[in-house]
Design a protein around this ligand. Sequence first.
Ligand code: AMP
Ligand code: ZN
Length: 483
Amino acid sequence: MGDTQTLRLYNTLTRTKEVFTPIDPQNVRMYVCGPTVYDYAHIGNARPVIVFDLLFRLLRHLYGESHVTYARNITDVDDKINARAVRDFPGLELNEAIRRVTETTANQYQKDTKALGALEPTYQPRATDNIPQMQSLITSLIGSQHAYEAAGEVLFAVDSMPDYGKLSGRNLEDNVAGARIAVEAHKRNPADFVLWKQSNDSEPGWPSPWGRGRPGWHIECSAMSERYLGQVFDIHAGGLDLIFPHHENEIAQSRCAHGTHTMANYWLHNGFLQVEGQKMSKSLGNFITIHDLLETDKFGGRKWPGEVLRLAMLMTHYRQPIDFTVSRLEQAEALLDKWYRSVDDEPATSPYRLIVEELCDDLNVGNASAIFSVLGSQLAENNLTATGYGNEALPARGVFRATANLMGLLQLSLEEWGRQRHGVHEVEDEKIERAISARLTALNTRDFATADAIRTELLTQGVQLMDYKDEDGQRATKWEMKR
Ligand code: AMP
Ligand code: ZN
């Protein structure tokens, strides 16, 4: 790898931009704190998804696709979830109600992140599948005097860790002086935080040496990151609201349980997102979910494609605040439209060198997109070669396409794009699928006249059918838009 590919990342732990050196280049490991699944993800939650997907893609480009492991957890045990379950499913038994809430929300999250063009992380562990791992961490923390039991809780003793507070730059005096932590008599230090708490009969719980109970939030990530990435790994990321207390406490738990100097070497935090100049909140009426943007006309009076949301997010550097507005979305859409006109089916070759260099500079997406735009314009003027990696001249469209893949832009196939944006064919996928299944029924009942009529009708709308046999040898049909 040449010098030009040196990746630099801003590390919250040292407050400097550092050269990224993985512990093991054969297995670069990244953990991102995922959602608490009690409600649909809002557009602020989309930011870490998109930003760290870009980093995941860049790491895969630099180290090889099979040499990067990305874990993003799903927090499916949390008091907010319990409250939602009781509110939404009053008639159901609590565990069943909780299962409904977490299942619906987690499924929606998968749909949302897919629509945003994010690759699936290597692992998406759920807290409820990792309770024994959490309990074993807690046991070792108690054994080494870093935790104690009091009033039905197991608490982490912050005084047992001399450099507690290093990530956030807080010291314990600040915490007490800030007086935001209620003084609770059972705590040795008011900053001590919960690892385990007992549950009453109307709360979810698991048997444990400390009574039937449930884990605190922070211990979930310590347990899941260890299980999937090891005791010390490369990158730990999330929004900047997580620096304190969540990440600080994860570090305390993991380091004290394992006797390590660090939990992760690089700590990355995305900036916050506001909507139309204001903090997003339900009371202000500007609380907007990813699903709202994709599927309803609540924002700007129309639906927005996932890739437009993605680009609108990436137009600002990930550590800067974002003001999310309709005009930002319109701008992103116009840019995408322009880029689509530059690309065609040229196979992807190798991404544009200058863009990779910009991304390697702490994900400088602003410069990268500017260069991408220039490359797009040159393409539109029929420039036939561009410089990919190793300075070799490559077919420009292939370089453009490879670069788009690297950035996760231009998700749609060109046919789909043509249909959606140019209104060439006003046929909806669902209608096509329905017609195809009617035709398959006709074929299976040997009603060839009907089957042929459906095929002809679709063809007049520009939809070309292709029959094939699926894995089970059953007749099946694919379709594409005829150009
Ligand atoms: P939560 O489910 O609240 O823990 O949030 C999931 C992720 O979204 C975390 O990484 C948060 O830091 C991040 N996040 C929440 N709100 C915002 C926001 N308004 N802007 C950017 N990131 C956010
Ligand atoms: Zn976490």
